[in-house]
Design a protein around this ligand. Sequence first.
Ligand code: SF4
Length: 195
Amino acid sequence: MRGYEPLKAELGTKPDQILKAPSAKLAKLTRDGGTFPELRAERLKLITRIAKEDFGGDLKWALEKLMKDEKTPAEKRLRKVKGALKEFPGIGEPGADKILLFSGMAPIAAVPWACPGVPQRILFGHEDKNYGKGYRAAQEAIAAEVQEKFEARQRAYLLLKKHGQEICKRTKPKCEICPISRMCVYFQEGRTRWS
Ligand code: SF4
């Protein structure tokens, strides 16, 4: 938001406003949004160009149209929408799932990009070395355990993210202070590095 608000206030966020602006101006306005502002400015232009040329300048409208196409089976519709999101730089399966869940388009069992290992440790006691397989296993586990409702799955996503960032860290989980160690297979099988 620190990068977005100045852009919105001083330039606007319509595709043509962004595409016509000099990259240096975009970098300056979005400077507080993170590192490498010049690179992000170029990326913003690329994203805007894709949104304009492939989705008529209104991505949300275009995605909702795909989702509502009743002639297409639900699973295929979802695949199409995810495919559309993956056209954008930096968006893979976890990013597409997160967007669908938090934009209120589909109550997908999204898993935070950096934390597919957390539900795998808790439920299976180990993580799959293959990221894609591990992500899908984590997703299936959440889908089986958490009600298919936006609020429930958004909450599960945020809790997993927080737990993964603060306690169940990727390389060295802090099992000694973990409040759910009793129900964690990884811990119960004695796989903790400190034990
Ligand atoms: S006990 Fe350890 S491995 Fe299990 S959830 Fe807690 S931090 Fe993660």
